[in-house]
Ligand binder design. Structure first.
Ligand code: COA
Length: 607
């Protein structure tokens, strides 16, 4: 040994991270599963999806895919013992540590918890009782269960699952059992919530209580109630600060919603479903029929700048020569009437002396395209689809044809199908980090699609990109969409920070010394594009194909829509999700599958 050198005891080299082969076992490929899928795939992990259909299908998926790890983003049934005994199965539970049961968020909303969380635990015999691999907490927001799930729960779950997978990869992590004696553990086992737990007493409940009850069951299963003599489930509730009357009385209607008095004010109820039978979630006025038609119509309060004070699907505000158009349509579904009202609002916005118009969509969704429930409920779904797509196309044309302002689509919430393409009609498309786009129509019975996508998409991604986007039935994370050119910029993941980001971009464009040059370039490009192929020709060609989807021999779209709106359980996992079921899939040889009993044991590289 040379003089002056000392012996350094080398610690064993850290195991190299390896691509984890992860089987997603999930009741449906919902937005949370989509977000986790895109995050894990972006890290280089190999993810395949099996919908939780029955135990035999799950076991066969494990045989075929030979995963290192099973992740269950959204389950309604227990994982078969044959699987959790053999593999580490990480279950995403939308509750704090110690909480157990299928109504985690429902109880948190109903009981007004100030903080809630997500726990990633290892599946065992007893549901939600296994050791914890990771967890996150967040402050609660006054919002529906669905909205909390799509934002706070999704963000927390993404962080916790990535951490858990990293720990699994490291190989030396020991998941901890929750100690109920630990003062930090607030969660406890809870019964499934029953309708009686959230039944509304209109003679006694104030607005805050009514809202908590309805929101705890929104989107599913809805609070059962009686309205105008009908047994219904209530959804989409908003407080009203100006109306009031005899508690329980119906007071007014507006844009499909009805207003009902509470003890200290009133709530608007936007969506109802008949409590009995195979009913659809529809605008409240449609379900109530004549009883709603007899109510006085209450005009929208466009001047109210912030939400939370009444029910307003469409709102417009203006600052710094920027017009902001909010269109908060329930579930992002845009029926014919909603498209027409939005078109009217856009035309008014275009007539203002502004320089930029920002299309903000809604808080939960930017847009999910055609209103499939309204179409399903129509006397002629084919005619209703035709009217709806034409109304969407009118809107897309109006955005493209906005010549006095620059336009921005600001996607704070997810967008799917026609809604994702409508967003591309603007000059600039910004997406919040974490937003998921589904810019494809194929999953809805091979719909061809319209919304001028044959014009809008190639100008962003080029001809080769078009095939990649349209054939790709999988969700796109905002950052992937950025890499493909589908969006122009990705803003901060926090919703408030994203709004500030958009406002600053919009104000910057409006105040820019190059504004006139930008507007002139936009007009020139439009003229040049129009000379190559008129927008009307794009629209006509797309609609020819859509006509076949709606009126042709192949009923795929009608079947897919029926299954979607009635939430028909899946009978198999589509091959675009289940890599392991595709022809040519090879069972990987010689790769170790770690045992759940000692996940920390196998630190050797598995690939
Ligand atoms: N019409 C009517 N309802 C719609 C809708 C649409 N276009 N898109 C979504 N919804 C509803 C869902 O039925 C669900 O209702 P719920 O309140 O009863 O739970 C709710 O919105 C949330 O949808 P969900 O599918 O659970 O959300 P997700 O974030 O997991 O998935 C999509 C998002 C976009 C992938 C998925 O909703 C979808 O495929 N929508 C259909 C899009 C489409 O094909 N539009 C028609 C062609 S333009």
């Amino acid at each position: 040994m040379p003089p002056g050198t000392s012996i350094v005891t080398a610690s064993p080299p850290a195991p190299e991270p390896f691509a984890v082969r992860i089987l997603f076992l999930t009741h449906s490929f919902n937005s949370l599963a989509q977000r986790l899928y895109t995050e894990l795939a972006a890290l280089g992990h190999e993810v395949s999806v099996e919908l939780d259909i029955n135990d035999a299908a799950t076991v066969s998926a494990v045989e075929l895919f030979r995963p290192h790890l099973v992740v269950a983003p959204f389950l309604k049934r227990a994982i078969p013992e044959a699987v959790w005994r053999r593999l580490v199965c990480l279950v995403v539970h939308p509750g704090i540590r110690g909480d157990r049961g299928p109504s985690a968020l429902d109880w948190a909303i109903l009981e007004g918890e100030a903080r809630w969380g997500v726990t990633v635990l290892q599946a065992e015999r007893e549901l939600d009782a296994g050791p914890v691999w990771a967890w996150r907490e967040f402050p609660m927001r006054a919002a529906t269960k669905g909205s909390l799930y799509r934002f706070e729960v999704t963000e927390a779950a993404a962080a916790a699952v990535l951490e858990a997978v990293e720990r699994f990869q490291a190989g030396d992590f020991r998941p901890q059992r929750v100690d109920p004696q630990d003062a930090a553990i607030r969660g406890r086992p809870r019964e499934p919530m029953k309708q009686s737990d959230r039944r509304i007493d209109w003679a006694r409940d104030d607005t805050a209580t009514v809202l908590r009850k309805i929101r705890s069951a929104d989107g599913f299963p809805g609070v059962v109630d009686q309205l105008a003599g009908l047994g219904v489930r209530l959804y989409d509730a908003h407080p009203d600060v100006s109306l009031g009357g005899e508690p329980g009385a119906l007071l007014a209607r507006r844009d499909g919603a009805v207003c009902r008095a509470t003890t200290d004010g009133a709530v608007w109820i936007g969506r109802l479903r008949l409590a009995q039978g195979r009913s659809l979630k529809l605008p409240a006025t449609t379900v109530l029929g004549a009883a709603a038609a007899a109510l006085p119509e209450s005009a929208s309060c466009d001047e109210l700048p912030v939400d939370g004070l009444t029910f307003n699907e469409i709102r417009y505000e203006e600052r710094d020569r920027v017009g902001y158009l909010h269109f908060d349509f329930h579930n992002g579904a845009m029926g014919t009437d909603q498209c027409r009202r939005l078109l009217a609002a856009l035309r008014q916005a275009r007539a203002r002396p502004t320089r930029v118009i920002v299309l903000l969509g809604g808080r939960d969704f930017w847009s999910n395209g055609l209103h499939l429930n309204l179409i399903e409920a129509a006397a002629s779904p084919a005619d209703a689809s035709w009217e709806n797509i034409n109304a969407m196309d009118d809107l897309a044309e109006a955005v493209v044809g906005t010549s006095e302002q620059l336009t921005i689509s600001a996607l704070g919430g997810n967008a799917g199908a026609g809604g994702a393409f409508l967003a591309l009609a603007a000059d600039f498309v910004y997406a919040r980090d974490g937003v998921i786009l589904n810019p494809h129509y194929k999953n809805m019975g091979n719909l061809y699609g319209s919304e001028l996508w044959t014009y809008l998409l190639p100008r962003r991604v080029g001809p080769t990109g078009v095939a990649a986007v349209m054939a790709h039935r999988l969700p796109l994370a905002a950052r992937e969409a950025l890499a493909m050119g589908v969006v122009d910029e990705v803003g901060p993941g926090d919703p408030a920070a994203f709004r500030d980001f958009v406002a600053s971009r919009a104000a910057g464009l409006a105040a820019g010394t190059d504004f006139d040059a930008r507007l002139a370039a936009k007009r020139l490009r439009r003229e040049a594009d129009e000379a190559v192929k008129p927008l009307a020709a794009h629209r006509a060609e797309e609609l020819e194909r859509m006509k076949l989807n709606f009126y042709g021999f192949d009923p795929s779209y009608h079947v897919a829509r029926y299954r979607f709106v009635h939430r028909t359980p899946h009978a198999w996992t589509p091959l675009y999700l289940a890599t392991h079921r595709r022809l040519g899939w090879q069972v990987p040889q010689g790769r170790e599958v770690p045992s759940p009993a000692c996940p920390q044991r196998s630190s050797a590289r598995r690939d």
